[in-house]
Every structure is written in C-alpha cells, then in structure tokens.
Design a protein around this ligand. Structure first.
Ligand SMILES: *[C@@H]1O[C@H](CO)[C@@H](O)[C@H](O)[C@H]1NC(C)=O
Ligand SMILES: *[C@@H]1O[C@H](CO)[C@@H](O)[C@H](O)[C@H]1NC(C)=O
Length: 335
C-alpha cells in the first residue's frame, strides 16, 4: 500500500504547492519536461480549451459509455508507439492506423468532433496529441474515475509508419510485458496500473480462444483459469471449427458490462477470473502480485495510481516547440 500512496501523494503535493505553472519535471519521463499544466492559458492561445473539450466529452459520453475504454486504448496505441504525437491519427497506406495490431481501434470520430470544435474557437492552436490526452482524462472522469491534471504543450508528429507498431499480444507473460513497458520508459507500477485499463471495454474472442481450448499447444484450456469463468467464456467464444466463423466481442471485465471505473478487475486477477492471459499472469509475479492485491483492496489507491500512470504514459517521447506541428486536420500533416 505504501509505495503507491507515496507516489501519488507526491504527485498531488507538487501540483498543490506550485500552482498552475507547475511543470511535469520529475513526474514524467525526461523527454516530456517542457509539458506544463494549462499550457494554452499560459500562452494565451486557447485559454478555455479544457472546458470546451469537457463539455463536448460529456455529450459524447452520455450517448456512448464505451468511449472511455476506446479513448484509453487509442492513447495507449499512440503513446507506446513512437511517443504521444498523434501519429496514430494519420491516414495513409502504410501508417500505424493500418497496422493489423491496431485493427478495431475506435474513437477516431470523437477526436474529429473535438478537433472541429476546438478549431472553430482557436484555429491552429491546439495539437491533436493534446486533444487526445484531455479527452481520455475527461472520459475516465465521467466513468467514475479520477480527474487528474493533464500536462499540455505537445506537438503533432510528422510521420506514421505501420512498421513502428510493436504493441505486444494479449497472451504474454508479465515478464515480457514488463520488458516492453520498461523499454518505453515506464516501470512495473505503470504496467500493473495501466493493464487495469482492462477493467472496462471489450475484446475479440480470437484473443482468448487459445486460452480456452489449446493453451500453450496442450490441447487443453489454461489450467489457471477458474472453472466457472472458463465455461462462461467458452459459451461466448465457441471453439473455432470453420473459416469465417464469427469472432464476437466480449467484455474484458464480465463484472463491468456498463464500463464503469472499478477495481474489480484486480479482484478477478486474484481469483483466477481474468479474461486475457497477460492480466492473469500478474497473479504470479512477486511485485505484480503485491500491487494487484493493493489495488484489489483499495479503489482509492487504484484511482490515484491510474491518474499517475496515465500522466506518465501521456508524457512519453513528446514533441514540443519546433519538433512537431499543430495539425489543422488530425488525419493529415499540414502542407
Ligand atoms: C509452454 O510450453 C513450454 C514447452 O512445452 C514450457 O516450457 C512452458 O513453460 C509452457 N508455458 C506455460 C505458461 O505453461
Ligand atoms: C488461483 O490459482 C492458484 C494456482 O493456480 C491457486 O493457488 C489459488 O488458490 C487460486 N485462487 C482462487 C481464488 O481460486
């Protein structure tokens, strides 16, 4: 319990003490040092961008609760691959968006709506990368999660390539997952916390059929899966017997069909009820177990931890100043 509280408290204290001009130094990986709170107010380029986006996000959220997991996933797919530069939004043949690993990502339309609203009020002022971060924060808040300060000042990237996409499969061990997170500048706490994004949202049966029927090529289900969960998931995801068989969407957290912010995901990991293998794996590592147990027992710790790690992820390899641009249309680089 202590480590996380400590980290989160220092997050809050730094913000409280230094007020609006606090920089992200010390909280985020080093590349992101120039990000600041209320960037558009400080530079007087779009002082009310945060209220504009929050208002729109409320309207969008009221119509579609799945927008929260979609925005978290979109931000993850952007930030983990070549940094938070909105390169995931660029159109084109050989782009990150077109990578098979990013198939099924949603929320693009929502970013378009937000960008349009922001452009109408502050033309050419606010980056797509910042809009994505503000939107994800607001959606998390509307789902019952924490409302954390979002650091701003990102510029948008000039390129996007499918070959950059190295997102890991959902059936890896926690050691492999940790090596991936570490390679990006995040740590074990960030990994356990951000995997908590699987508290809501959906996935395709194809991501779990191996676990259900042929785990590790044994011809049997994953022996670590609790039996009632196994038969429940087998009903939703029948064994693949023919080509073109449907590949249904299932809830990542069967206990949370309305996509609320919850720590029940962690209790499910502890009781062997995880849907994805990478989630279940967290029960078996010393440090991953400890934090999973902490979050399962304290929603408050999870809320604090999630705010903190989302901020850290939002600061990965950001472009600032002249290193990037403020795209007028999130789909294409400015001419
Ligand atoms: C999968 O199988 C390989 C070899 O058959 C074995 O070494 C490995 O430990 C197995 N992995 C799991 C998670 O059971
Ligand atoms: C989960 O599985 C582990 C071993 O795989 C077992 O020791 C533990 O008792 C299980 N927990 C529950 C709540 O079923």
């Amino acid at each position: 319990m202590k480590r996380d509280q400590c980290l989160f408290l220092s997050f809050v204290v730094i913000l409280a003490v230094s007020g609006a001009k606090v920089t992200a130094a010390g909280l985020l990986p080093p590349e992101s040092t120039p990000l600041i709170r209320h960037y558009y107010k400080v530079h007087n380029t779009c002082s009310n961008v945060e209220p504009f986006i929050r208002h729109q996000m409320k309207l969008i959220f009221d119509k579609d609760k799945t927008i929260t997991p979609k925005l978290i996933k979109l931000l993850y797919a952007d930030c983990m691959v070549n940094g938070c530069d909105a390169s995931i939004l660029l159109d084109g043949e050989n782009t990150e968006k077109k990578s098979p690993k990013n198939r099924g990502l949603g929320a693009y339309v929502v970013i378009d709506v937000l960008k349009k609203v922001v452009e109408a009020r502050c033309p050419g002022a606010v980056s797509c990368a910042d809009i994505m971060n503000i939107a994800a924060r607001d959606a998390i808040f509307f789902s019952g999660g924490p409302s954390y300060p979002v650091f701003l000042g990102r510029r948008d990237g000039l390129k996007s390539e499918a070959s950059w996409v190295d997102l890991p499969s959902p059936s890896i061990s926690w050691e492999t997952a940790l090596a991936y997170f570490t390679s990006k500048g995040l740590n074990l706490q960030d990994m356990v916390t951000l995997l908590g994004g699987h508290m809501m949202g959906r996935t395709r049966c194809s991501n779990i059929v191996d676990r259900l029927y042929n785990f590790n090529n044994t011809g049997k289900p994953d022996p670590t899966m609790e039996l009632a969960t196994l038969s429940y998931l087998q009903k939703l995801c029948p064994k693949k017997v023919k080509l073109g068989q449907p590949n249904p969407l299932i809830n990542l957290n069967p206990q949370n069909p309305t996509h609320k912010f919850t720590n029940s995901y962690y209790s499910r990991v502890l009781s062997n009820k995880s849907v994805l293998e990478v989630d279940q794996q967290m029960r078996y590592g010393g440090d991953t177990y400890e934090l999973t147990d902490e979050f399962a027992n304290s929603l408050e710790d999870f809320r604090g931890g999630f705010a903190y790690s989302m901020s850290r992820m939002g600061g990965l390899k950001v472009l600032t100043g002249t290193k990037g641009q403020i795209r007028r249309n999130c789909h294409v680089v400015n001419k």
